[in-house]
Design a protein around this ligand. Sequence first.
Ligand code: HEM
Length: 400
Amino acid sequence: MSQDIEDFDVGADWHVAAPYDFLRRLRHERPVFHSAHLGAYVLTRYADVRAAYGDPRRFSSRGSLTISRSLTDETRAKLGEHGSFLSSFVANVDPPDHTRLRRSVSRAFTPRAVAAMEQRFRRLNEDMLDRLEPRGHADFVAEIGHEPSIKLTARFIGVPEADEAFVRAHVKDWFQLFLSPQPAGRQLELADSFLEYLDYVDRLVAARAKDPREDFTSLMTALIGAELTHREVVELISTILLGGNDTVPNQLGNTVLRLLREDCWPVPPTMIPNAAEECMRIDGASLGSFRYAAEDVVLHGRRIPAGSLVLLSTDSAAHDETVFPHPDEFQLDRPNADDHLVFGYGIHFCVGAALGRLQLRTALEVLGRRLPALRLEPDQEITYRRSLVGRGLTALPVRW
Ligand code: HEM
């Protein structure tokens, strides 16, 4: 790869599609470096990434998700008090706030509650396939990967079926607004969409406060005033909708592409759990997490000044040859595949990890059984969405 070692250009297509030769060089030559493009220091070795996740005192999450640094003044003015959206989201705060928020959120993700979602998710996949199977072809991303996860998350949160399309479109917009750089004009459009969406979530919270049901919104709304603020609940609902609508389907798309290319389709049911872990390791839907250095940190002789933004590159960590031998090789039965850090690590470890895993495994099982002849449309160009923090395909035409 010809990129200069200084040129960690997260806006470039190769950054999401095939960064591994570049990241390998960094791990060997510059395990800690400053990226001008990113305005952040980047940690690339597995041991350093894991240690930083495990040290929230020195690597603070406070404000780390608020990538709204790229918003123009006009966009900020339009957003007003909402310009700092996510400032009280659980992944964006440190203890003691984090401890309190995490305790509240975890109430909704008990092992029992997660296991209870399996049947529903299976049904959603079967229904989708009943409709699509006779056609013999589809775009995996648009037509297969997203729908069951979006519907499951909507039911979990308590979004009525009639509002699903609205929520889906708006979640996509606010993700773009806050988490990927956008031109000025586009920012204003996205800001309008975001404000409409906040209004919607506000109304949902008000409705559940009056008339509670068996859903996440009701559970969290009941805690307003005691454990949580209204804003915290709105931010939780918004981000969990994002987690469910986007990361799991992205991971499923990456996973199916990998399995088809490696000639591993369908995966025998007993192999599915490890196959899912190996796919998360090698083609993670999450590229890493941001932190701020709370004090000067010296690592491998390099000083990271207090206040600097730091990217913990889990994508690089997942390809670290000191932990995963032949890291660029896909091994269905890799013994330590699940040592990847795609769900993070430490106090912010993904609260939806069990639900994410359940969805991936269930989808692979149902899709493998019903579409055993699944294959890629030949001669397609594989392209990814541009993102600082996520890896997701734009499309994946398939046949069966
Ligand atoms: C394959 C799918 C998923 C991936 C790759 C993923 C990835 C991550 C990562 C890397 C973090 C850590 C962030 C940090 O340390 O800064 C995280 C946290 C989180 N995730 Fe996920 N996630 C997935 C699915 C989900 C789902 C399905 C939900 C909810 C329904 C969810 C909700 C959350 C929440 C609320 C946090 C914040 C936890 C905290 O800060 O304590 N995620 N996720």
